[in-house]
Ligand binder design. Structure first.
Ligand SMILES: [Cu+2]
Length: 318
């Protein structure tokens, strides 16, 4: 048992050391949408051990086609062309060759500065869920380089790599609708503003789920969230998490959640929350759950609560 603990600790220490020594080259956005144009913005966190970067090379993966780099003042562009492995349709024309590497040359990015290098292209013929790696190299003068070129084997953990290539994950085209579903559109009810509602995807076998929302009372009169209901759950209770001695305990609020005049109350993980009891069908990421909030004075309103990705730990209930 003791040995096990030591091993875990030293592995953690290693990860922490690797993380702090070198921030990695990454894209500003982690996902791109299948079958659509993507603007890839590569951010470089530092030079080569103190030296300024004079050249940045980015290799383009198969499935990222018709690429066009964004020119940068002070840098020359070189676009290296090659054969694609497949043929791609560009508005009715079959295209089998195009840019495969972009080089920004002759500039100067000091070690203590940060910059981004941008290339636009079409994500084509790549299955949603796949990851696209763009191996990148920073050249500093004639003798120093930093290579971000390691690519994890399919299914392997990229965190274990020392110099991982910048990667994006391809998401479904209708991922757009999904992204919209995840954002909650604020709702007004009298002088109450209801914002930021969400719940989380449920793990198999998880019977309950927490729900969260922020309520602002812009009016001059105190109000109270007295009840919550949803056709997706047998009941929805209002709960509070509170320390009971050393233990975090959940407590049912029998009278409701007060929303004082001019104040706002946030139902959030680890604090006040709605609790969906005996959920009929586990909540799935990207869906939304119809919920009716009833206030003592302002009355009732139905909102669509978006389902976010499951948290690191499911919502436990005692
Ligand atoms: Cu609870």
């Amino acid at each position: 048992m003791k040995t096990m603990k030591t091993i875990q600790l030293s592995a953690l220490a290693l990860i922490a050391a690797a993380g702090s020594a070198h921030a990695h080259a990454t894209f500003t956005k982690p996902t791109v949408t299948a079958e659509s144009y993507a603007v890839m913005e590569l951010q470089l966190p530092h030079g080569c051990d103190g030296k300024a970067t004079n050249e940045v090379r980015v290799q383009l993966p198969e499935g990222f086609v018709f690429a066009k780099p964004q020119p940068k003042p002070g840098w020359e562009l070189e676009v290296i062309k090659g054969e694609y492995k497949k043929t791609y349709d560009d508005h009715g024309t079959d295209v089998s060759a195009g840019p495969v590497e972009i080089r920004w040359k002759g500039g100067e990015l000091l070690d203590e500065h940060y910059d981004t290098f941008v290339v636009r292209g079409k994500i084509s013929g790549v299955e949603p869920g796949a990851k696209l790696a763009f191996p990148a190299t920073q050249l500093c003068g004639s003798d120093a380089t930093v290579a971000w070129t390691e690519v994890a084997a399919p299914g392997a953990d990229a965190h274990a790599l020392k110099s991982p290539a910048p990667v994006v994950t391809v998401v479904e085209k209708h991922g757009d609708a999904h992204a919209h579903a995840v954002a909650f559109k604020p709702v007004k009810l009298g002088s109450l503003d209801i914002e930021g509602a969400f719940t989380k995807a449920m793990l198999p076998g998880q019977p309950v789920a927490g729900g969260f929302v922020t309520i602002r009372n812009a009016g001059g009169e105190d109000d109270m969230l007295v009840s919550v209901s949803s056709p997706a759950a047998a009941a929805v209770e209002l709960h509070e998490m509170a320390m009971q001695g050393e233990v975090m305990k959940m407590r049912k609020l029998e009278t409701g959640v007060p929303v004082a005049a001019g104040a706002s109350v946030e139902l959030k993980p680890g604090g006040l929350h709605m609790m969906f009891m005996q959920v009929k069908t586990p909540f799935k990421e990207g869906d939304s759950v119809p919920v009716t909030l009833t206030f003592e004075k302002a009355g009732s309103v139905e909102i669509a609560v978006p389902v976010r990705a499951a948290g690191p730990a499911g919502h436990k209930h005692n």
